[in-house]
Design a protein around this ligand. Sequence first.
Ligand code: PFF
Length: 451
Amino acid sequence: MAARGEFSSQTAFILAASGSAVGLGNIWGFPIQVASNGGGAFVFTYIVLTFLLAYPILMAELVLGRHSKADTVRSVVNISSPKVKPFAYVTGYWGIITASLILSFYAIVAGWMIGFGAGSVAELAGLTELKAWLTAFSLERNLLLCLVFYVLTMSIVANGVTAGIEKWSTRLMPILLLLIVSLIAFIATQPGAMEGWKVYLQPDFSRILDPDLVISALGQAFFSLSLGVGTMMVYGSYISKADNLPRLGATVAVVDIGIAVLAGLLVIPAMYVALHNGVTIFDDAGALIDSDRLIFTVLPALFETMGFAGIVISVLFFILMTIAAITSSISMLEVPVAYVSESWSFDRRRASMMVGAGIMMISFIIIFNFEALFGFVINLTTRYSEPLIGLLFCLFVGWVMHRNHLLEELKQGSPDLENGLFWKIWPSYVRFVCPLVMLGVFMHSFGLLSF
Ligand code: PFF
């Protein structure tokens, strides 16, 4: 078997893991959640929950991965006693299946992003029919653009950790930041934007403890940090033993929150600029329009009111979305690919192509049965599977992994760990607090517990 890949520096890991974390969840999902959950109140709760629950679980995944330096299945199996091993296998495989299913719907949405971006380029070239085809919902368009997105994702993953994932994450993430900041600056100068800034930044504190808001914020924090599927575990397995894990994890969490907050500063003011320009942004019930209509109806309608500048802004916005999607999708594909190439000793290139093609078939099945499957797969994976697997990862770190091994692992790269706050709080936190809170949230989603 070929030697395992390893990120060449701490910065490379931070960019790759932030690339995984920062995705459609940040730039599309987060502003929608903010719009439909009381503006700033959601932002506040989301930030608190990311630090209280998501960061500790992110650390659990990173520790498990770097400890075993193996794919997700073996990372949990290696620390398990013979009695626990069957559960470890189930957890690992379940993670792989969930990562693959998330990729299967994510690639469809990413294809639409490519379509809208390419549509605006076609408009610049005067090809209005092509633009209409690229931006209208049709079976053919969905299949073709989804295929294009898979080809991009597979060709990056096929090149391996350093020559593929690291290389493209370090190239694309700075471009993403530059695009988002420039777009915020442009939108801020447009009439109406200040109204949006106000809605976004003035929290309605009465809603902060609203149970539904808390549950949505937790789900968003989980999805956004790519937790509960083994992505962070497999990226953790490529971190050098010389690197400081708690610091790396915290940096990734901060970057992820930072980009989500920036995305809100872009999308929410943009909605109010749209309102100022005569576009409808409230639904019949008086709430801000959310879900897919926000990105695929309101924003394109806004760009249309801006003439030539609007077309250019539209191209940049959808390039931003496509980049965000690609750096996330490569991390999803890496989970099954690492497993097939390591545990089954397949050549990585072949594994990437085979696994990628297999998951693309699942996307095609969803496209052919869109009404029945699209929402179902999203709900199944993000509302149920991810939090449940996250809970299991906590149990593995908190109850299965030997405390001395945990300490030894974390001390590599941070020798003073034992005297710091992290080691005083985190081990019992993942052992007791995280599993209990996760269980509570979970029972609430099944209607077994009300609060
Ligand atoms: N974190 C990504 C986003 O916010 O869009 C989504 C994601 C990536 C989920 C990777 C799961 C995953 F394994």
